[in-house]
Write a protein that binds this ligand. Structure first.
Ligand SMILES: [Zn+2]
Length: 78
């Protein structure tokens, strides 16, 4: 029997996914999810040689990831 209380096995429903395929685990500590998102956005910035392009990419990914995050947590934390 599988113990459904076992939180060490992340389900796909508790992650948000970047367009690059990178997955961020959604945990109750939303601040740490936010810093994980910011950290990942920095990775995308570094891949952009042009700073304007980097800002556009960062903005787009930020919106996309936070939209997914709020869809996950909306009913529980707000
Ligand atoms: Zn990404």
């Amino acid at each position: 029997m599988i113990d459904e209380q076992n939180s060490t096995t992340p389900q796909s429903s508790s992650t948000i996914k970047c367009e690059c395929g990178f997955e961020i685990l959604v945990v109750p500590d939303i601040k740490s999810v936010g810093s994980a998102i910011d950290g990942h956005i920095e990775q995308h910035r570094k891949n952009q040689p042009d700073s304007k392009q980097a800002d556009m990419v960062a903005k787009r990914i930020h919106q996309m990831l936070f939209r997914q995050l709020f869809e996950k947590i909306g009913g529980f934390y707000i």
